[in-house]
Design a protein around this ligand. Structure first.
Ligand code: SF4
Length: 285
């Protein structure tokens, strides 16, 4: 929860946000990288993967028609050909990093969920590779650039979250966490240890406690950061001279029971209360 007010706007007020080209392209590319493994290994070529893009895009637009505006060729907006070509470039870059002909994922788009001391942690893992000896490798695709050293820890937090959930559900700590950055063709690898996953669990508990306090007090303060440049709610943010709308009557209920959702792309992870707990929930993506 980088900004409590943004959490409120997304989870409680559910203020609409325009479709994000980066998120939509990310979803498209993720889908192609998932579907290519439906083909026999020898057919998993760059051409075959890029060939999946038009049909996958049509399906995404059928589900969310407003996405079509992201590549309608209007002022400053790419046309469909350019849109698909840009997605194709990301796919091409993936082939410089990994070769799906020699990979047999155990799972793709794997929904994971685990109860950790009263909270339910859940998320979607892009790919899970399992070695013959049982070692796990968690792979997540990112369509953006790799982070600088300063921000590597933040990027890895999501992966440690997945590792924690897998550890809790399978009893095995993943050997390798692997972030694949397609924009600049980089791979970030990390070998987690038990103490870090325990620390991740504690952070989740602390985050949840902070959200519960904010929800019970109705105190959703803005927290200015680099994130503000990407925030669509500056007009109702006090940091930018705006005034937040009144809290809905059922704000507490909404804050503590957000519906499960899959983020558009590039990973999603959530924590919610275990069924036996008082209603409460938090989203960390
Ligand atoms: S503009 Fe910044 S401080 Fe305001 S709600 Fe958005 S992220 Fe938070």
């Amino acid at each position: 929860m980088q900004c409590p007010l943004l959490y409120r706007y997304r989870v409680i007020d559910k203020l609409p946000e325009p479709a994000s080209p980066a998120a939509a392209r990310g979803t498209l590319v993720h889908t192609a990288l998932e579907r290519i493994f439906d083909l026999p290994a020898e057919q998993r070529t760059p051409e075959a993967t890029i060939g999946l893009l038009p049909e996958q895009w049509d399906q995404l637009v059928a589900q969310e028609p407003e996405l079509a505006a992201l590549c309608d060729g209007d002022e400053g907006v790419p046309d469909l050909t350019k849109w698909l070509a840009d997605a194709g470039d990301l796919v091409q870059r993936w082939f410089t990093l990994e070769n799906p002909m020699f990979l047999e994922p155990a799972e793709r788009e794997l929904y994971v969920e685990a109860e950790c001391e009263g909270l339910t942690l859940r998320g979607y893992v892009d790919r899970l590779d399992v070695a013959p000896d049982g070692r796990l490798r968690v792979v997540d695709y990112k369509t953006g650039r790799s982070p600088s050293e300063l921000f590597e820890g933040k990027a890895l937090f999501q992966m440690k979250f997945y590792a924690l959930v897998l550890w809790r559900t399978r009893g095995v700590i993943p050997t390798m966490l692997q972030l694949v950055y397609l924009k600049d063709a980089q791979i970030l690898r990390y070998e987690p240890v038990e103490a870090e996953l325990v620390a991740t669990e504690r952070k989740m508990q602390a985050l949840w406690a902070a959200i519960e306090v904010a929800a019970r007090n109705g105190d959703w303060r803005p927290k200015k950061s680099r994130l503000c440049s990407f925030c669509h709610h500056q007009d109702v943010c006090p940091e930018f001279g705006g005034t937040p709308p009144p809290l809905p009557d059922d704000a507490l209920e909404r804050a503590l029971n957000p519906p499960s959702r899959r983020a558009a792309a590039d990973g999603a992870h959530q924590l919610v209360p275990a069924p036996t707990q008082v209603k409460a929930a938090a989203e960390t993506s």
